[in-house]
Design a binder for this molecule. Structure first.
Ligand SMILES: [Ca+2]
Length: 149
């Protein structure tokens, strides 16, 4: 009798924890492709002008952090896997409001973000409709912000 009650309590606790998580967030330990890929642990991509990665599964959130080497309007080109409706946003590091945002609707898209030199930003990529692709990577390119020297 006690066992049954405890089991129900544990289940309820687990369920409320799961429901408390943000809608898109996937527990890190379930993201087999990028086990450390959240805002706190993601690697910076300074001096790297192309990023390739996967949205998998559909609720995956990919964060990329960088310090801007320039001030002014900067271009980010985004290529989802063919036909996938992924979204890309550029944010100040601690902000939830994008300074630039676009949905791909299956195609190439580009966004322009007004950046300040020395300031830290994050790029967030996620699936706008829950679709994903475990075989084909998306590509973010910022060739003018981080030119190959
Ligand atoms: Ca990912």
């Amino acid at each position: 009798m006690l066992k049954k009650w405890m089991k129900a309590t544990v289940l309820t606790a687990a369920l409320s924890l799961a429901l408390a998580a943000p809608a898109f967030a996937l527990p890190k330990n379930l993201d087999v492709y990028e086990p450390g890929n959240d805002l706190e642990t993601t690697a910076p991509f300074n001096n790297q002008n192309v990023i390739l990665s996967w949205i998998q599964p559909g609720g995956d959130l990919d964060y990329w952090r960088f310090v801007s080497p320039k001030t002014g309007l900067q271009e980010f080109d985004f290529f989802p896997p063919n036909g996938k409706n992924y979204a890309i946003g550029v944010y100040e590091i601690n902000s939830g409001n994008p300074i630039a945002y676009s949905q791909s609707y299956g195609n190439y898209t580009s966004i322009f973000a007004n950046l300040q030199v020395g300031k830290t930003y994050k790029i967030l990529v996620f699936s706008a409709d829950g679709s994903s692709d475990e075989n084909t990577q998306y590509i973010i390119a910022s060739p003018y912000l981080f030119p190959i020297s």
